[in-house]
Design a protein around this ligand. Sequence first.
Ligand SMILES: Nc1ncnc2c1ncn2[C@@H]1O[C@H](COP(=O)(O)OP(=O)(O)OP(=O)(O)O)[C@@H](O)[C@H]1O
Ligand SMILES: [Mg+2]
Length: 368
Amino acid sequence: MATIELKDVFKSYGGVEVIHGVSLDIADHEFMVFVGPSGCGKSTLLRMVAGLETITDGRVLIGDRLVNSLEPRHRDIAMVFQDYALYPHMTVRENMAFGLRMRKAPDSEVEKRLAEAADILQISSLLDRKPGQLSGGQRQRVAMGRAIVRRPSAFLFDEPLSNLDAKLRVDMRTQIKRLHALLRTTTIYVTHDQVEAMTLADRITVLRNGHIEQVGTPFEVYERPANLFVAEFIGSPAMNMLKARYVAEGGKVEAVIKDDLRIKVPPHQIQSGTDVVLGIRPEHLEPSQFRAHGDSTTFTATTKILEPLGSDVMVLCDLAGMELTARLTPGRVSRAGECVDLVFDTANIHLFELQSGRRVEALAREPA
Ligand SMILES: Nc1ncnc2c1ncn2[C@@H]1O[C@H](COP(=O)(O)OP(=O)(O)OP(=O)(O)O)[C@@H](O)[C@H]1O
Ligand SMILES: [Mg+2]
């Protein structure tokens, strides 16, 4: 097991810089997820940790050892790729044992580790098959088995589930989570799927254009996104965003969206008159039980599209010409074109400075 540290890491390809100084500490046993849109540098970062890409500048340490110029095979890590990279002509058993045999591990040790990994991954009955005779999910498990038998100090996963169908992805996600609970091996896991990121991670690193936007627990990035980018990227469906002016005067604090659309908000650490973006997640728009007159948190919207998900229904609504998505319980609305009174849950409103995109914190409440 090992810590992994990136210190001011840069990467350029032929003079084009794609990673612009990333620093990150990953704790021993931690499950760290790199998430971000396509091309943001997730794989490049991971491959620099693995030793599959050179590091243009900065330092990478695995378990306190500077690995910048170490060959991948000397870094004591195991990598699992999206395409599994299994040897087609070898059986599952041979594929899994290959790395150990290369290291000249004794037969008895190879057999023992193989049996153990096969048992954990429930692939004991497949050991004599070749990859071509396996389903996608089974191949994926063999690729993980091959990583496990080596007992590396860290696992590096690059979108290992992206070739699987939706149901299998969810099953394998649970498998990976269980595996980590069992082995506790330090892990970096790359995905562009924010649900995978949220469900697997101890902490998430959100990347954009070769920069870190935020590092935090799934709860932190969801509840307190550091900026507009993270707020929009994490959460599905995405957070609703409304441009507004923050106005605190005459004892009232409001996000003024239009003259006739003023939403009451808690006081924030920002000057009155600043342009902001008000963010609210679909689950924090609640249908009102009764019409609260004069309460500037309830507004009438018109339903446009209903997407039933079983336990919830996603409702795209029109509010004074703006589109909002609300996550409602089924039965609250029945059809498009209906009027629905929505309450903005003010305790769960996010404000971002329009110009910088940065999160603005609410003022701490005075103790009662
Ligand atoms: N070998 C290469 N030569 C030149 N540019 C590259 C090379 N590999 C990656 N890049 C560039 O570096 C940037 C980061 O790529 P990277 O593969 O790390 O993105 P990613 O976040 O893994 O994306 P995806 O989700 O699509 O896999 C991209 O702009 C990409 O075009
Ligand atoms: Mg990638």
